[in-house]
Design a binder for this molecule. Structure first.
Ligand code: PMP
Length: 388
């Protein structure tokens, strides 16, 4: 039997779900060049505007000059170099945890943690809207896999009643497609009551939320004992690449011994760790980035509400506008693109059926004028009704 790939691709197209990669011809920033044209962009996760910061770029250049461009081997062989070590220590101090382990990506970090902690006979409890990497990790682990309704504590309680073995409760901190927050204090309470561990993937909150950028845990004032497993990513607010797991000495040592996605992969380039150390410094000292970002979020939400747009309950830089139909979401995104504004349309299966949306992300590199331009573009789309 042959693989009928052409038919699969055609079906994807017919469903308005075909995905394409815009070709970026400039660095990240509020204004980007894509396929020969300049756009005002609201799609990047570079929330603090650090991906293109001169100090971060220089740290990477110097790191490459000193350490070369490749990790060379896996961490356990000969790929664990001094910049990795320094960054792990700096992140442990920043998160107030005993120890931190660097990972090549957030996807790998989630696979590593979940598969190392639970297996057959155990249970992994997921929010329905958790990131794909968390869900994939849960399936790969072989543990009993159960999803509760989004942020619904009663639904979680029911799932806990059917849990067996070691139970890991897993949630996004900030939900990547909705921008809303997980109710961490309540989740921590339920985890404690059931003898489970809470794991938070704060990919979109770390660096952005909390006065000092400590993410959703700082926002709620939660401690390491309440959230024993914290994952953060470095490709978003840090503007570089990779991820980290923060926790106890024992947790990190367990990952080093047992986490296959950590053990069997080449370490990330040490120069990236040098760059990340520079962005960590900026993230810790330049509070104005978070403050400016919050002002832009307020400005956007007020403007969008005045236009009657269908916003979600999001206090974060992720500001989706729910459209519903995939074709319509694509049409609005295309119209905005004609107006010189780049906003991605997110469709199923990334989001639930019938909830296609424009996923707008704001960054500290945007200006108030640029946010106003976005609002004007959205108003123009509304006037034209942007039908297919
Ligand atoms: N977790 C969440 C919540 C994410 O949104 C993402 C990526 N968008 C990841 C993990 C994966 O991180 P990375 O891009 O570093 O693989």
């Amino acid at each position: 039997m042959s693989f009928d790939l052409a038919a699969r691709l055609a079906a994807r197209q017919a469903d308005n779900l075909y995905r394409q990669r815009p070709l970026l011809q400039s660095p990240q920033g509020p204004v980007v060049q894509v396929e020969g044209k300049e756009y005002l962009a609201f799609s990047s996760n570079d929330y603090l505007g650090l991906a293109n910061h001169p100090q971060v770029v220089e740290a990477m250049q110097q790191g490459a000059a000193r350490w070369g461009v490749g990790g060379g081997a896996s961490h356990l062989v000969i790929g664990h170099s001094e910049p990795h070590h320094q960054l792990e220590q700096a992140l442990a101090e920043f998160t107030g945890r005993e120890r931190v382990l660097l990972m090549s990506s957030g996807y790998m970090a989630n696979l590593a943690v979940i598969t190392a902690l639970v297996g057959q006979g155990d249970t992994v409890l997921h929010d329905r809207l958790n990131h794909a990497s968390l869900l994939d990790a849960g399936l790969l682990s072989g543990a009993r896999f159960s999803r509760y309704l989004h942020n619904d504590l009663d639904s979680l309680k029911q799932r806990f009643q059917r849990a067996q073995g070691h139970t890991l409760l897993v949630t996004d901190g900030v939900f990547s497609m909705d921008g809303d927050l997980a109710p961490l204090p309540e989740l921590a309470e339920q985890a404690k009551a059931h003898g489970a561990w809470l794991m938070v993937d704060d990919a979109h909150g770390f660096g952005v939320l909390g006065k000092n950028g400590g993410g959703l845990l700082e926002h709620y004032g939660l401690t390491a004992s309440e959230v024993p497993v914290l994952v953060g990513t470095l490709g978003k607010s840090f503007g570089t690449a990779g991820a980290f797991v923060a926790g106890s000495e024992e947790l990190i040592e367990t990952l080093i011994q047992f986490a296959r996605p950590y053990i069997y992969t080449t370490s990330s380039p040490p120069a990236v760790a040098c760059a990340t150390l520079a962005s960590l410094h900026l993230l810790q000292t330049e509070h104005w980035r978070r403050e400016h970002l919050q002002q832009l979020i307020q400005q956007f939400r007020q403007g969008a509400q005045a236009l009657g747009l269908n916003l979600m309950d999001s206090p974060t830089p992720i500001q989706p506008i729910i459209i519903g139909d995939s074709g319509k979401a694509m049409a609005i995104s295309a119209k905005l693109r004609q107006l010189g504004i780049l906003v991605g349309a997110i469709r199923p299966p990334t989001v639930p059926a019938g909830s296609a949306r424009l996923r707008i992300t704001l960054t500290a590199a945007h200006t108030a004028e640029q946010v106003q331009q976005l609002l004007d573009g959205l108003a123009a789309c509304q006037l034209e009704a942007c039908d297919e």
